[in-house]
Design a protein. Structure first.
Length: 644
């Protein structure tokens, strides 16, 4: 058997070297090159002595070859030497344990039975901002005085004295750190401590919590978190008042100034409101321009109203984003009280929301506060039913038209008729236009609905001409949103041709708004309609856009004075002065002036003396169906023929 084969089969850890120390053969993984590079100086001298025949065999310690603690050598005749590597088990295990502790991702230290440090690994020293040599032999409480008065001390004492394994998480203020700590009692009476810094995990946990519970723009509670807090309050049966605040027409801000400005306003308002709220209150952003505040205390109605007024004052203040503009924001607030009004979080939110929408309905764009009442819930249910059923009703014939005559006070003759739409709901009965017109617009059905009403009205008009020789005008209300659409112009001209209506007979009524009177596109569209033979009337004159300079070149034929001014007759002297001036203005501009809402003889006489020759109101007629209007026309003609 060759030397190499014999050495391989020996089962020992060895290396064969030549006289220079070059490794010819070894069965130790990772050992290569020159053996003297890995031996301690003492072991190197011993091996060289064997090679040169100065010592027949040698044995010395060496820690430079990992895992081996002793080296022995014997000469090879004419070749060099065989170097054997031996392990000392106790030392090896200690070194291996030390290596493992130093390689751990966790911090580690050990304590004796008196809480003195016996060892700390490098990771632990870095985490605790310590030098391992500086704390060796020192007591835990001396190195970390703050531990003695904390929950940490309770856990350590329990683990060491009761010989129990203990795991816990705690925050340590002096290091601004969260730690997860595992305590293991040792057989010798001491304790092994493994710990892990949780700050990164806590930050991630916090970010996850914030993403689930906080509004990303304002850092307030989001809808879900606000709802959860309200559920907790209701479950605890704690009295609270709920305020639902909504900024009026905030979408207009976004449209005109952009969403970035809108976001700045929302953020600024959130900070303002938050600054005046007690910490015990629940404050969340519930939607784009909606906030919910739960005042966690018992309030009477006067106190709730006063508090809501404070919230509105914050909205009324100028905003930094509008420092160069005079725009003012207004808000509506609905208020509900727990448990007086409702018993659950869901019911409270619905109650406050219902009151808020009632505030918008009553006060329009102005600031408003409405306290919840049970009757409001019924109104809300009615509104929801209208919104739900409207789209189908437009197409299934549930709508019908009625006609309101316009009278010449000089002759008593009918000079025109306004077409009004009505909805006969299968459950709610007759529904007036103010309840459904805005919903039609929100559904994007204004053009379709308006043309359907015009078709029905012109169809009846043709019958009146045939049955009673009617030659007056017929007026239709047109939403400003469709007046400048090419589809509207094309379709109304087509209807005019289909029913063979002469120029000057069809009148289009538009409500006086800034959107109409200040828009060059709408002005051009009205001019085109007027050139095509349609009359243009401004409805509710005096209640909309306050600047009258649009009357100079705006293409109109008629103004209709709103009922609100007619009601000032014999009631308000200043109101009568304004009414007179409006009539004079219309007459001086050669516009036909019609007063709406005339209901008694006193109002009629005043208007006649003021120079208003045309009226519309319940004094003469209420809106009526087509067949009754035919009878009314025949009655007027008969009276004229008999001279009555």
């Amino acid at each position: 058997m060759s030397l190499i084969k014999r050495l391989k089969s020996s089962g020992q850890n060895l290396a064969v070297i030549d006289r220079s120390g070059k490794i010819i053969f070894t069965n130790i993984h990772g050992l290569a090159g020159n053996i003297f590079e890995v031996l301690s100086s003492e072991a190197e001298e011993e091996v060289k002595s064997v090679i040169h025949g100065n010592s027949p065999t040698g044995r010395t310690a060496s820690r430079l070859v990992e895992g081996f603690t002793e080296v022995a050598a014997e000469p090879l005749e004419g070749a060099g030497a065989v170097v054997y590597f031996h392990r000392d088990s106790a030392v090896f295990q200690a070194e291996r344990r030390h290596t493992l502790l130093e390689q751990m991702s966790e911090g580690f230290f050990s304590l004796d039975a008196d809480y003195r440090f016996t060892y700390i690994n490098e990771k632990g020293a870095r985490e605790l901002d310590l030098a391992s040599a500086a704390i060796s032999g020192k007591k835990l409480w001396d190195v970390f005085p703050a531990l003695a008065e904390s929950d940490y001390a309770r856990y350590y004492i329990r683990a060491l004295e009761q010989r129990l394994q203990v795991t816990f998480e705690e925050y340590y203020p002096p290091l601004s750190a969260w730690f997860q700590v595992n305590l293991y009692p040792q057989l010798d009476g001491g304790m092994s401590v493994f710990f892990y810094n949780l700050n990164a995990a806590k930050r991630t946990e916090r970010r996850l919590w914030e993403s689930e519970h906080l509004d990303s723009l304002t850092n307030l509670l989001n809808r879900k978190a606000t709802y959860d807090h309200l559920q907790t309050l209701a479950a605890a049966d704690e009295p609270f008042s709920l305020f639902h605040l909504n900024i009026n027409k905030f979408q207009l801000i976004n449209d005109v100034y952009g969403y970035e400005t809108g976001d700045k306003i929302i953020t600024e308002l959130a900070a303002r409101l938050n600054s005046i709220l007690p910490e015990s209150y629940v404050f969340g952003r519930f939607g784009g321009d909606e906030f919910v505040i739960a005042a966690v205390e018992s309030m009477d109605d006067d106190r709730m109203t006063a508090y809501a007024s404070q919230l509105l004052e914050q909205v009324d203040q100028p905003f930094a984003s509008f420092k160069d503009d005079s725009i003012e924001l207004r808000a509506s607030i609905g208020v509900a009280k727990f448990p007086r009004d409702k018993k659950t979080a869901d019911e409270m939110l619905k109650a406050a929301d219902t009151a808020m929408y009632q505030a918008k309905k009553i006060h329009g764009d102005g600031p408003a506060i409405v306290m919840f009442q049970e009757s409001l819930q019924q109104d809300m249910q009615r509104r929801m039913m209208i919104d739900r059923d409207l789209a189908a009703a437009i197409h299934n014939g549930s709508f019908f038209t009625v006609y309101h005559p316009q009278i010449c006070t000089d002759t008593g003759s009918i000079i025109g008729v306004e077409v009004l739409s009505r909805w006969n709901h299968p459950k709610l009965g007759l529904i007036p236009p103010p309840e459904f017109i805005s919903t039609i617009e929100s559904l994007g059905k204004s053009l379709f609905f308006t043309l359907a009403v015009m078709k029905a009205g012109l169809n009846d008009y043709s019958k009146w001409v045939e049955q009673s020789d009617y030659n007056g005008r017929i007026s239709f209300n047109v939403p400003p949103s469709i007046i400048d659409s090419s589809g509207f112009f094309k379709e109304v001209c087509r209807l005019k041709d289909i029913y063979q209506i002469a120029d000057g007979i069809i009148e289009l009524e538009l409500t006086e708004t800034a959107n109409v009177t200040s828009s060059s596109e709408k002005r051009n569209a009205l001019a085109a309609l007027r050139d095509a033979g349609f009359r243009i009337s401004i409805d509710d004159f005096g209640t909309g856009f306050s600047s009258l300079d649009y009357l100079i070149d705006f293409p109109i034929d008629e103004i209709k004075i709103d009922k609100a001014f007619v009601e000032q007759i014999n009631a308000n002297k200043k109101g009568c002065v304004i009414l007179q001036k409006m009539i004079d203005l219309g007459n001086d501009l050669n516009l036909q002036v019609i007063a709406e809402g005339v209901e008694n003889e006193d109002e009629l006489r005043y208007l006649q003396l003021a120079g208003c020759r045309f009226i519309q109101g319940f004094l003469f007629d209420r809106p009526m169906p087509s067949d009754r209007f035919v009878l009314r026309l025949k009655k007027v003609r008969a009276q004229k023929n008999t001279g009555i």
